[in-house]
Design a protein around this ligand. Structure first.
Ligand code: CP3
Length: 349
């Protein structure tokens, strides 16, 4: 008979601020181009083809856990699959990054966005989740994710990556009703997508607001927070822990945390203990080693910086070790192994 009482994961315990035997660690973008076994699969398939093929998506999700003693896996997918399922055309252009067409700039375009059942339009994601859950070892948790409404909206409005978010900010301030219509639709679709991921077997959810730090605190409060809150609340109702992640947002981290989430991310720009004070001691925190230190410089210096992060966490319940943002493609895999082992050894209770 299969064991019903599988050992609870360290990662899930930390999300709940329960005691752990050692600090859990996983890394944003832990599946990706820095791994030769990822590049080998990527040679034969585009990113979208990999996402749409549950067996390939499951394989690359698990790859980093074969090499490293990571405490959680993150579903291999992309935040831009949702706008694609809503009817936009998605392409990754070499050297330029993602391109979404047509750009969402009119009420007519927003009205045309589809909100079909994500269990159908993104069924391949749900299939990948079910496959991964079957393959993951006990104690290793699976994290599902989506982009937060602001970050996804910025790609939809600009049509791709942006330096200054000119069109996005012009819409917020110049056509607030149009902005609100887009964000309302996105928040609803994102909530449904994430709830479907939980139903398929995701054990925690991370909401990526990668570019939220481009906003002023007051624009965040007015134009973004209510929509992020709606998504975070909807996912919280499922009962799985929710991680709310942003970068460049130390200037309004308290406001960002007030949108919700059991766990709030901190990027590397702010010392972890200062971030935790702003987030509130009644919440868990995730972070916050500088990804550049993992990619380059002396390994000794990288480990010293990791030790400093652990010291700032002070052994308190509710710390999940991560980078302040994703693993960079030039990161040597040996250094990831050194970091993961160090975090477990140095934090052993
Ligand atoms: O390991 C993981 O973290 C899981 C997979 C994952 C991907 N994208 C796969 C991917 C996750 C969590 C994402 C989220 C994502 N996608 C974000 C938020 C996270 C963050 O880093 O802040 C954003 C902003 C995107 C949008 C996106 N996808 C961009 C801007 C790009 C191009 C970047 C580039 O370097 O070319 C992608 C492509 C992408 N998504 C890659 C991966 C592994 C690189 C793909 C490749 O060419 O192999």
């Amino acid at each position: 008979m299969p064991s019903i009482a599988a050992p609870t994961s360290r990662f899930l315990r930390a999300c709940r601020r329960q005691a752990v035997d050692a600090t859990p660690i996983w890394l944003m973008r832990q599946a990706g181009r820095y791994l030769p076994e990822y590049r080998k699969i990527r040679e034969k398939a585009t990113l979208i083809q990999m996402c749409e093929n549950p067996a390939l998506a499951a394989e690359v999700t698990i790859q980093p856990l074969r090499r490293f003693d990571l405490d959680a896996a993150i579903l291999f997918a992309d935040i831009l699959l949702l706008p694609r399922a809503m009817g936009l055309h998605l392409e990754f252009v070499k050297g330029e990054g993602p391109r979404l067409t047509p750009p969402m700039r009119t009420a007519k375009a927003v009205a045309r966005l589809r909100e079909d059942d994500p269990r159908q339009t993104l069924g391949y994601v749900m299939d990948a989740i079910r496959l991964i859950r079957r393959e993951l070892k006990p104690g290793k948790a699976l994290i599902g994710f989506a982009g937060a409404p602001f970050t996804v909206a910025s790609y939809m409005v600009e049509g791709g990556p942006s330096d200054h978010y000119l069109v996005t900010k012009a819409m917020m301030h110049g056509e607030p009703q149009l902005w609100k219509a887009l964000m309302t639709k996105l928040a609803r679709a994102t909530s449904a997508y994430l709830v479907a991921q939980v139903e398929a077997g995701a054990q925690a959810i991370q909401l990526f607001d990668s570019w939220v730090g481009e906003l002023s605190a007051s624009d965040y409060e007015r134009f973004v927070k209510p929509h992020s809150k709606q998504v975070l609340d909807a996912v919280s109702k499922t009962g799985v822990p929710v991680i709310s992640f942003g970068t460049g947002n130390s200037g309004f981290l308290g406001r960002f945390a007030s949108a919700g989430g059991d766990v709030v991310g901190a990027d590397w720009r702010i010392p972890l203990d200062e971030a935790w004070k702003l987030i509130g001691r009644d919440r868990a925190i995730q972070g916050n080693l500088d990804p550049i230190l993992l990619a380059s410089g002396p390994t000794k210096a990288m480990l010293a910086a990791a030790k400093a992060v652990l010291e700032r966490a002070g052994g308190r319940n509710g710390h999940i070790f991560n980078l302040g943002h994703g693993v960079l493609p030039m990161t040597p895999p040996e250094r990831v192994k050194a970091l993961v082992d160090f975090v477990h050894d140095a934090s052993r209770r």
